[in-house]
Structures are given as C-alpha cells and as structure tokens.
Design a protein around this ligand. Sequence first.
Ligand code: LAN
Length: 749
Amino acid sequence: MMARKQATEALAVSNGSPKKRSSADNDNHDVKRPRLQESTDKARWRLSSEGGRHTWHYLEDDEATKEWPQSYADKYFLGMPLDLPELPKATNPLDAVRNGLTFFEKLQLPEGHWGCEYGGPMFLLPGVVIARYVTKNPVPWYYATEIKNYLFARANPVDGGWGLHIEGESTMLGTTLNYTTLRLVGVEADHPVMVKARATMHKMGGAIYAPHWAKFWLTVLGIMKWEIVNPVPPELWLLPDWVPIAPWRWWIHMRQVFLPMSYLWSKKWQAEETDLIRELRNELFVEDWNKIDWAENRNTIHPNDNYHPKTAFLNTVNWLLVNIWNPVFRTKYLVDKAEAWASELIDMEDENTDYSDLAPVNAAMNTVCCYVRDGPGAYSVRRHVERLDEVLWVNAEGMLCNGTNGVQCWDTAFAIQAIMDAGLTEDPRWRPMLIKSLEFLEDQQIRENVKDQDKCYRHPRKGAWAFSNKDQGYAVSDCVSEALKSVIILQKTPGFPTLIDDQRIFDAVDTMLTYQNPSGACSSYETPRAGQWMEVLNAAEVFGNIMVEYEYPECTTAVLTTLSLFKKHWPNHRTAEIDNFITRAVKWIKSNQKPHGGWYGNWGICFTYATMFALESLASVGETYKNSKYAKKGCDFLIAKQREDGGWSESYKACETGKYVEHPTGSQVVMTAWALIGLIKAKYPDIEPIKKGIKLIMDRQQPNGEWLQEAIEGVFNKSCMISYPNYKFSFPLKALGLFATRYPDEKVV
Ligand code: LAN
C-alpha cells in the first residue's frame, strides 16, 4: 500500500521522527509551537495497524486519501456516519446476536483484532505532550488541533477544569496538567476556555496545590522548582533485594514510574526556559512566582486530589530525606551509582519493549530520561517519540491518550468467547472473522521470557499474551488466560486450523501456573512481592492500592476457568498441579465474597463486574444457585440490585467508596449484561428477571446492530476510571448468546 507508506513517512518527517531528522535539527533551540487550526478534516484520518501496533495518520495529500480509503472502523472511531442499512429487527436473542455481530464484524481490523479508544484517565496526554515539548519534538499541527478539541470537549461543563478521569470532578492534577498541555499545543491564554479553567485553578489555590505527579511534570518543564517535589531517590534501587521496601517488590506500574522519575529527580533536570514557560509561571499560580516558597509547599495539596493522603510515616521519611539524607549523606559516589543503575534499568525496560514501555506514563518519562542522557539526536529518543504515537487515538471529540498502547489481545479474546457462547463458532457465516482473530492471537503470543529476566525483576512470560500486543510484552494473568481460552475454543472447533501447537499451549499454561498466590488467588502482572503495609509509602496521593499487587476475583476467575477448559482437552499435563490450583482458587473466591453477597471489582465497575466473574468461577466447578450457598448469595445480591426496567446500573463511585452506588443515568447495557451472565452461569432458577434484562439489551440495540456508548465501564487503582468501548459489544453479545443457548425456546419479545 503505497499511499499508506508515504503517509507514514510524511508523518515521520513532520513528527521529527528518526528517518529524516538529524541531530542538528533537533538542536534547534527555538521550540516552535504548532500551527493550530479550528479543526482537522475528519475524512483525512486513517488508523493503521501493523503487527498490532496502532497509529493514526492524517493524510494531507488528496491523492493519498483516494489511495487509502477510510474504512468503516476509521469512520466509526471518528464518529462519522456509517450509513449502514437497517437489519431485519431481531425477534429473539440469537437474531440480536447475529445483528450485533454483523455490526461488530465491520470494526474488526484487517489483522484480525479489535481496537478502540481506551481513554478515561486525564493525566496521560499531558505526559506525552510534555515529553515531546521538552525533547523538542513538538506535535504536528493536526495532532495539536485535535488535542485542543478533545481537551476543550472534556473540560468540566460547570467549572471548566479537568478531573483525574473523564467523569470525575475537577482536580488540580487534571486542571494544571491539561491547562499546560493546551498552552504547549498552542492555545492562547486569553481563550475563553483557558480563562475559565484558570479561574477554577486559582480558586482551588493555584498549582502549588497540585499532587506529586503534577508537581513533577511542571518542574521538568521549569514551571516549578525541584524543592516542591517530594523526594524520589534512585538510591532506593541500590537496596539489597532482601530489604522489605526494595522497589522490585512494588507493583510494576509504580516501580516503572518511580524509575525514570527518580532518575530525573536525581539529575534535577529541567527543560530549557522558553517564553511560554515564563508565561505559564505567571498563569498557573495565585501568588507572585518569584516569591513562592517551593520547599514549604511540598505537601500542599487540594482535597479533591487527596484520595490517599500520605501517611505520617511517609511525611516523616520525606522530611528526613530532604533535611538530613540529601544534604549530609547523599554523596556523589552514591548518586552516581544510583543513577547508573537506574539508567541501566531504564535501558532494559526500553529494550524489552522496543521503546513502547509498560504504559504511557513511564513511556513519556523514559523518553525524557533518554533525551537527558543520550542527547537530542539519539536513537533512543527518536524511537521513543515514534512509539509514543501508538498511545494516541482520535475520536469524534479529538485526540486523546489511551491507557495502554491498545486493547488488542484482550478485546479479541472476548469477541471470540461471545461467539462461542452463542453457539455460533461452527456457523460458516462467522468463520472468516474468527479465523482472522485466531491468526492474530497466534501472531501475538509471546514466545520467550525477557532477556535478563531476573536482573530487571520481570515475571516469566513465555507462552503468554499481553493486554495489548507482544511489543509491549507484559504478561498479565488474566490476559494470558482469556487469550488462551479463546485459542483453545477455536482450535477445538471442527474446521479451524491448529495454528498454535500443543507445546505453545503448554508454555502458556506453565506461565499461568506461576501466577497463584499462597492464598489461592491471582494478581495481575506478578505474584505479590510484599504486603499491603507497603501502602505507607504511597506517595502519589491520587490513587489507592498502588504499591503492591493485590488479589483479584477477576484475574483468579480467568486463570481458573481457562485451566478447567485446558484440563478437559489435555487431562495429562501437570494434572495434580492444575487440580490443586483450581481447588485453592475456588476456596479463595469464596473467602473473598463480601457479606452482602457481591464481590468487589478492581478493573471493571464494580460489584456487578466482579460478581459476574466470581459466579463464573463457582459454576466452572459445578457450584450453582441450587447447591452452593456462595452462588445463591451472589445471585441474591445481583437480583436485589436489578432496576424496575430490568437493567443494572452501577456508578464508578462504588469503586471509590466500596459500596454499591447506582449510576445517575439509569440502567447500563454493559452492566446489565454482566449481571445476566453471572445469573445465567449460576443457573438462577427464576427466568423472569433474566428475561427482563435480556429484553432491555435487545431494546437498546440500534437498527444497524450496534449498541451506543453509555457510562464508563472500567477502573484502576480504585479512583481512576477508564473506558472499554468494545465491552458494549462483547458482553451484551455474550449475555444474549448464553441466554439463547440455555433457553432456546423462550420468547422474550
Ligand atoms: C490495565 C488494563 C487492563 C487490566 C485488566 C487486564 C482488565 C485487568 O484484569 C488486570 C490489570 C490490567 C492489565 C490493567 C492494569 C493497570 C493499567 C495498565 C490498566 C487499567 C490500563 C491503564 C492502567 C495503568 C496503570 C495506567 C497508568 C497509570 C499509572 C498509575 C501508572
């Protein structure tokens, strides 16, 4: 595809990316601000996927737009009309599945997977834009324009600020960082949106009230001084492994953010001062910039940002670090040694992921570290900047930053399972779509552990799948499991090729077996390496439960149910271990049930999501409503929450507060599907409430087969929400399909 190739190259040039840019260009000290426009032409945007790597391209050349036409998926993501014909109205759940699949098939990308925007968090895009600004790789005008449009669209309609996530109230993290981002992409300070945001920011006390992560970024930009940033000493990386607080024991996301942060903190690096930075020093604060006592405000924080206030212990540690450790004991020898080791760990992370890095936060920070260490023209910087494009996404509102470099393997696995649950895997109508998705999963299986696994503290990953793609390459217990489950389902269906041989399936299972904790539960990326007490060191303020791995009913269920499926087909592989795993996992699921009968969800909102998984776990070992008090209590919990219209509706507030809270906008299709899946799996004896829920899902289906986006579905770290737009397809399809196969003769409409 010539046009695509040219477009990629054109983009590479305008992005200042490796192919054409010399280090002399990069040395240009005049950081140009992008040529901002009112809007871009949506008809010129294209999503490309190569090996599961997503990038959005803007075709400025008319010829190129003709050679590379927009696909349905492009148009759908951009919110453009699809003009699809109306489908015959579904009169039963299975026809509704067929209609849904007819639509969802159009969104499958040519490589066989599904993608989608993965927004929600409002602190990711600033990192990407700041990293590009300070490394003198300003975003091209069409990115800048759509970033402006997205942030304008997402400003709080009442006060004009930005929250931690798109549905949250304004915080200083969101407001200071997104205000700054808008200025960096070229919006003038006197624009009405900026005036309004600034007024809110000032009313909240100005940027000195921002939490640690915002203070860090604003200091890197030179808008604040390092004295306001609580210490991030890389020396911690020199602690021997046996020390209980050693960073290798922290949750992977925390330690991978701490790592580059500590490097830059240690270097006290700041970007070159520009006119814009000087202007921002005037705009972000209530007080005169020259008179701010930076050190005094290390712990100044607005209540909206203080979800997890720092402990007295951490405040004392910070005080000791600032007043005693840094001035007295932090010798040059120690600093050099710590920086060198941190730098090596950064290199290992970059090398293991080909500069994609774990997630956009550490990707942006590692980019700056490489710039500081290797200089502007270095390959490390150029490759980072190129890969940062893969977390950017364009939707109807503009350009945002995804929570990861995509949802490829995860959403593809659920799409396949939905079709299986509807009993349609053998229907030739869906075979091409399914074969393509199998081919994608085959291509994305991770074949080897990372180099120097122990040295860089990585968990084994051979045979695994990541959440997004194999470049990122981080195995997650449930991502391996859901992908493997889908592969087994398809490969065991008559007419499907065996693309992944037994040995590769055993590799995946062997890795899955490494994920069980002593309690019987599974965590996300690793088994816990320290206890919850480590939260005393949680310095980020805006999140809860971030310092170590926890135990999740969702992850535990995924591994358990996949092992059960595996066992049926390969009864002789590690039989005793698998049986033991399953027994212990089920025991843990039971012990994790809340007194009200539900389970707390960590990655989806909230009790509805986790209760679906837990009931699935119990059902997989034959425990259902009739014979298990746990399953009965779980069902009763769900039934008690069903609304008059037959649906379920839970608000993200439940994740924050730990109590079931209804969403103010009423029943949600996705949550209704989760509840129904749980009830159907648990064989809830009364079909009436189930039928009512199924009817709601069918009534909400559009004439072209799709469902519309409703409230946000996902969560992490208790306080930050994240969108899973494909869930409005995969879970309703699964619920309808399960219903249709379980009660083939029931009439719903
Ligand atoms: C994700 C996305 C997927 C998610 C599931 C697979 C759904 C879950 O079952 C296990 C955990 C996992 C992999 C997960 C962990 C935390 C992530 C990576 C995210 C929620 C997406 C974004 C988030 C990441 C931490 C965002 C960056 C923010 C920081 C605090 C560093």
